[in-house]
Design a protein around this ligand. Structure first.
Ligand SMILES: Cc1cc2nc3c(=O)[nH]c(=O)nc-3n(C[C@H](O)[C@H](O)[C@H](O)COP(=O)(O)OP(=O)(O)OC[C@H]3O[C@@H](n4cnc5c(N)ncnc54)[C@H](O)[C@@H]3O)c2cc1C
Length: 546
């Protein structure tokens, strides 16, 4: 073999670095939201998440996809999904980091903020395994509505040991949970659910039912239990459905097939049928939507956190790449137009981080009326806005890598994976319109307008465009936007809150550039169209220290 050419001007991969240490916007947002927080666990997690070993697990879990084994070789149904060992390594790391049920069981302040920051860091490594992690985290508030089950399962849900075995919970070291709402005929409108729940006596876990029907989307079907919706005699109700029954036999949950998805590949999403599956009532019969929405609220928080993490990952790769790659006589990052693109992405990423972490803080103050109002208002706002921005963001970050960005290369092309992953957070757990309508509902409760004014107050007087937007919101809220205007309203609330947060957490040049572009109109319709007065160097140095 004769060498035809030398390979040069191709960047080294971004590996073996500390994701937390290098993320100044996240650290500043943490200082703001949880000043007394001990961030040592995040430093440890940041190193692990940036390591070559964990990156290899992320690649392998996305290349060797989950396989459904519906029957054993003798023809008996087993309904199991088989994963590559790297999937299990990732799950074990996420559980070890306490990203699932731990905040509910722990002591001390800012547990949800700590977990949120960890969740963002983990997303930068591999987002799809976080689906069951997020659902496990989200299940606890709703599960508390059945005290007996919660008392027995709570410690297992909070355990930091990952145990993938399909066994009765009492013989396990830790458990995970999922949820089943969506059916073929309706996902957003779950009132259309047709799965039937027939009363079947009661026991130590309360009223027992037999469920017959199906779920069209049922992610992570190897979870140990699920909260599911079904029609009982009193209407749509929420049920706890374990995969393995307390006597050790498999519940009548049959996995029909796994979804062939755009992204989110390492995670198995399935279609299932229940054939007289045993389940126990959670909360009041007939109030299933309200009950399961307690779970939905937490997974919606995670959609905002996860997308922020993905944005951060895409930005870091783009900055890292353009610092090394040369074109037209200098490094890409030295070209004015590329600096505009990267700085614009950096602003978007920092604003997403600030908003997502602010929402997480609201869940650390369940007894504080202002925090309750912020949880109600800002959860749909963050899920709508951050997730909507995600796909456009990923496309632009990918383009910074040129053709290499579009190539998967056996899972090594992380940018392509990020791009394919982005839309899911926007769709699942309530797509964009549903979030916008949810905000309208939240605005009708209590004095949402003054809660928002209070939230924005610290930034008053700091930028003329922000002042104008702040001034207009109470009137628009009180006039109550029509449904057709809901997206515009949710966008403007998101931008106002992001700007107000940046005023308190970011350097002046970041805040000014964000307000000038997003609020004052000194901006185009694509990333990379910031105004000429922008301090690109300062923004880029902050985004990823050289
Ligand atoms: C990868 C993946 C994993 C999933 N995992 C799960 C899971 O584990 N458990 C589970 O229960 N579900 C799961 N889902 C389902 C997901 O939550 C639903 O797909 C989602 O809620 C939308 O429901 P739908 O698909 O029925 O769409 P539809 O409800 O038909 O909505 C279609 C579109 O119409 C819009 N729309 C609906 N109503 C209105 C309205 N009133 N006004 C204006 N617009 C409206 C929606 O915003 C959406 O854009 C998963 C989905 C995906 C993609």
């Amino acid at each position: 073999m004769h060498a035809t050419h030398e390979v040069f001007n191709q960047p080294a991969p971004l590996v073996d670095y500390n994701l937390f240490e290098t993320n100044q916007p996240l650290r500043d947002a943490l200082t703001f939201n949880a000043p007394a927080l001990d961030t040592a666990p995040l430093l440890t997690l940041g190193a692990l998440m940036g390591s070559a070993e964990m990156q290899a697990h992320a690649r392998l879990a996305n290349v060797h996809l989950p396989q459904l084994r519906s029957h054993d070789r003798f023809g008996r149904r087993i309904d199991q999904v088989e994963f590559h060992p790297s999937y299990h390594a990732l799950m074990a790391a996420a559980v070890q980091a306490g990203l699932h049920g731990t905040p509910w069981a722990g002591q001390g302040h800012s547990r949800h903020v700590l977990r949120a920051a960890g969740f963002m860091l983990f997303t930068e490594l591999e987002p799809s395994v976080l689906c069951p992690i997020s659902m496990t985290y989200a299940a606890t508030p709703a599960l508390r509505r059945n005290g007996a089950i919660h008392a027995e399962w709570g410690p297992w849900l909070a355990s930091r040991q990952y145990d993938p075995a399909l066994r009765v919970y009492a013989q396990k070291r830790g458990v995970t949970m999922g949820m089943g709402m969506t059916e073929k005929q309706g996902g957003s409108d779950v009132r259309a659910n047709t799965t039937q729940a027939v009363p079947d006596g009661s026991d130590g876990w309360g009223a027992r039912y037999r469920l017959t029907g199906h779920k069209w989307f049922f992610s992570a079907p190897m979870c140990d239990a699920f909260l599911v919706l079904a029609q009982s005699p009193a209407g749509l109700s929420c049920f706890f459905l374990p995969r393995v029954l307390p006597d050790g036999t498999l519940n009548a949950l049959y996995i029909q097939r796994l979804k062939d998805k755009l992204g989110n590949k390492a995670n198995a999403s399935s279609e299932v049928e229940f054939m007289q599956a045993r389940a126990w009532l959670v909360g009041e019969e007939g109030r299933g939507v309200a009950q399961i929405l307690e779970m939905g609220t937490m997974t919606r928080l995670d959609c905002g956190l996860g997308t922020s993490g993905l944005m951060r990952q895409a930005l870091s790769i783009a900055v890292h790449h353009t610092r090394q790659r040369h074109a037209f006589g200098k490094r890409l990052i030295e070209h004015d137009l590329m600096r505009n693109v990267l700085a614009d992405l950096a602003l978007e990423s920092e604003a997403a981080t600030a908003l997502a972490l602010r929402v997480a803080r609201a869940f650390d103050g369940p007894d504080d009326p202002h925090e309750q109002a912020m949880a109600r208002l800002l959860t749909p706002v963050a899920k709508f806005w951050i997730c909507k921005r995600g796909s456009a963001f990923a496309q632009e970050a990918m383009e910074c890598l040129g053709g290499n960005g579009y190539v998967e290369e056996g899972g090594e092309g992380v940018m392509a994976r990020i791009y394919r992953e982005m839309p899911v957070n926007s769709i699942w757990e309530g797509a964009g319109n549903i979030m916008a309508l949810d905000l309208l509902r939240a605005l009708r409760k209590g004095d949402a307008s003054s809660a928002l004014v209070q939230e924005l107050a610290p930034a008053r007087g700091m930028h003329r465009a922000l002042d104008q937007l702040m001034g207009s919101l109470p009137t628009r809220i009180d006039a109550m936007a029509r449904e057709s205007e809901a997206r515009r309203l949710v966008q403007d609330i998101a931008l106002a809150v992001q700007a107000a947060l940046l005023a308190q957490t970011a350097p002046g040049q970041v805040f000014a550039a964000f307000c000038d572009s997003r609020l004052a109109g000194d901006w185009g319709h694509t990333f990379g169209s910031l105004g000429g007065g922008t301090r690109f160097d300062a923004i880029l140095q902050r985004a990823l220290p050289a």
